[in-house]
Design a protein around this ligand. Structure first.
Ligand code: SF4
Length: 309
């Protein structure tokens, strides 16, 4: 099945893309992936559903974080007047001359300011929305809506919710509130604590710090409302056709020639940087040092023996 994530693998190192297909069965689900699934589930079916997902994967320690992020997201959307109409919209597009369709899921559909928008929920350690204006995933959703007639959204409401909890304000041994700029608490939490300790008359130093915090507090959730032009959707569609055809050809080659041959056929350009950042750097290195590795004959035991997993 061709999807946005499977096609995006083809935009980089081709050998890495084939490794991704061949080795994926040896890779367990990461905690980050489980957390992302739990977060989406909590937004679609309620917090209990997300918590159950974490419990199933023995990630009990992440329950407070999920709870805080779910609350942050739902409160933010209510404040913005965003009304969710549907969750998880599947789509499938058959491309001319190709047997593999392009498939995907859109996180949701909502009404905002009397207009229909698609929803995309992301979680991230650090908030950086600078890519959203050109992000291809956004383009893929809007292109899919146009091609299938699924709906006619204005654009995509793209949310990034920071994967971190609010820290409480630091109270010094003297009983006073700290005014250290790196204590990492929210403005609201700080003001609440200041009222608890000082009532309506906080010391001037604390009052000054509150002003600074109000102006400099980093958001824990950002929303970008993004649109695409018709010509951007057209060129995305052209690109998808090329990548789906390429993916289809690679899968066919894997069936006909086997993984060992196809992996070696993909040209690669290993560097220190890509070896460190690539999920299959270990396999790539082992293969480059030992030409005899048979990727078609790998089972759990052989995989462990060769790659020390
Ligand atoms: S380590 Fe580098 S060259 Fe090797 S598969 Fe990964 S990205 Fe490609």
């Amino acid at each position: 099945m061709a999807s946005f994530s499977s096609l995006s693998r083809l935009t980089g190192c081709k050998r890495k893309a084939v490794f991704g297909t061949v080795m994926s069965r040896f890779r367990g689900k990461s905690d980050a992936l489980t957390f992302g699934t739990a977060f989406h589930s909590s937004l679609e079916k309620g917090l209990d559903s997300g918590i159950a997902e974490l419990r199933r994967e023995h990630m009990h320690d992440s329950i407070p974080l999920l709870t805080e992020m779910w609350k942050r997201q739902t409160v933010f959307m209510a404040d913005q007047g965003i009304e969710i109409l549907e969750h998880e919209l599947p789509f499938e597009i058959t491309l001319p001359g190709l047997t593999e369709p392009f498939r995907g899921f859109i996180d949701g559909l909502a009404m905002w300011r009397d207009e229909v928008w698609l929803l995309e929920f992301k979680t991230a350690r650090y908030i950086d929305a600078s890519h959203v204006a050109i992000d291809s995933q956004v383009t893929s959703y809007l292109w899919a809506c146009r091609e299938t007639g699924l709906c006619e959204p204005k654009g995509v409401l793209y949310f990034i919710n920071q994967k971190s909890m609010d820290k409480p304000p630091v109270v010094l041994a003297s009983g006073h509130l700290s005014t250290a700029k790196n204590q990492g608490c929210s403005y609201d939490a700080y003001v609440q604590k200041a009222i608890e300790i000082y009532g309506d008359t906080p010391p001037a130093k604390v009052e000054l710090f509150m002003e600074w915090l109000e102006q400099n507090e980093q958001p824990k959730l950002v929303m970008a409302a993004v649109k695409r032009t018709e010509s951007q959707l057209d060129s995305f569609g052209e690109m998808v056709k090329e990548y789906v055809a390429e993916e289809q050809a690679l899968k066919q080659a894997l069936e006909e020639k086997g993984a060992s041959v196809v992996i070696r056929e993909q040209k690669c350009f290993p560097t220190g940087f890509c070896m460190k950042s690539c999920d299959y750097g270990f396999a790539c290195k082992a293969m480059l040092l030992d030409d005899a590795i048979e990727f078609d004959k790998l089972d759990e035991q052989k995989f462990g023996e060769i790659f020390g997993a």
